[in-house]
Ligand binder design. Structure first.
Ligand code: MG
Length: 307
């Protein structure tokens, strides 16, 4: 019998944003064919993921894995009920995405100044100016913009990131016009106490409906961090099928929170994600055949004792 805070989660809706085709594959060593990427997205659609980040319209010189972004977007089969989104770094990327038929894009802002300058050679304020342009252009084209705030729980160069900076940058992103901000644990250092404290500070200035969590399982705390988010009222979580993605700052470490692991926990809590687990596992099993390492997902690696 359920009771207390966890019991009250039963029956509530949760939105999962599937990021394996972009955030996952971008951080994998293997180069997939366009046909395999399309097949992967279609399998994720068949699993009824409500949102799928399909690709990134970035410079092919910087990210060769995403060179076929337009072809992937054009060749996937769009399922009614699933949102398809693509990452764009600037107005040029936005125009390419728009031309390919994308109706939702995502932009990434860093919470750490050093990370911003080292990662994209641009200050945070300069990025905000670019994203303001992207949001204005997107509004005119009837395209929604999602925001990520990276390094929100820690930076590989600066270490801890001040809560005040995270709150301020989140509000600036929302002010640009993004509909939600995915507070992102880019290097996988967050723990549940930190998640609870950060969300408490954010909620003083931002409606919880505008906040999502993007968590990495580098130190094994991703699901515990989701639980801290659920108890604080967050209902949107990013995850990657199979746990794809690795961590560029911790070679060999687990990457994005695995959608498979997250769905297992949410189903156990009686929450409604709409995802069909058997179909999701088919998508993960498919992509496993294309990787050069086993899937990081604990669920995918566990023996099938039941079900
Ligand atoms: Mg990630």
């Amino acid at each position: 019998m359920d009771s207390g805070a966890l019991g009250r989660l039963r029956g509530q809706a949760v939105t999962l944003v599937e990021v394996a085709p972009r955030d996952g594959l971008q951080n994998e060593a293997v180069q997939l064919s366009t046909a395999d990427k399309v097949a992967f997205v279609d399998l994720l659609s068949a699993a009824h993921l409500p949102a799928i980040e399909v690709t990134a319209f970035v410079s092919a010189a910087w990210v060769p894995q995403m060179a076929d972004a337009a072809d992937v977007v054009r060749q996937i089969t769009r399922r009614p009920g699933t949102r398809y989104t693509a990452l764009v770094p600037n107005l040029k990327g936005f125009e390419r995405a728009l031309a390919a038929g994308v109706t939702e894009v995502a932009v990434v802002l860093a919470a750490s100044e050093t990370f911003s300058r080292r990662n994209i050679n641009q200050s945070i304020d300069a990025s905000l100016a670019v994203y303001r342009e992207v949001c204005d252009r997107a509004r005119a084209a009837d395209v929604r913009v999602r925001g990520y705030l990276s390094t929100a729980f820690g930076c590989p160069y600066e270490g801890p990131v001040a809560v005040d900076a995270v709150v301020a940058r989140t509000m600036q992103l929302l002010d640009c016009g993004v509909f939600e901000v995915a507070i992102s644990d880019t290097i996988g250092v967050a723990h549940p106490g930190q998640v609870a404290r950060l969300l408490e500070s954010l909620q003083a200035s931002v409606a919880i409906e505008r906040i999502a969590l993007h968590l990495h399982d580098t130190r094994g705390t991703a699901l515990a961090n989701v639980m801290a988010g659920l108890l604080a009222g967050v209902r949107t979580f990013d995850a990657a099928a199979g746990g794809l993605g690795g961590c560029p700052y911790a070679p060999g470490a687990a990457g994005n929170l695995a959608t498979d692991d997250l769905v297992f926990m949410l189903d156990g809590l009686g929450m409604d994600s709409g995802v069909v687990p058997a179909r999701l596992h088919e998508a993960s099993a498919f992509i496993a055949t294309r990787l050069d390492h086993p899937l990081p997902s604990r669920y995918a690696r566990a023996p099938r004792l039941i079900g």
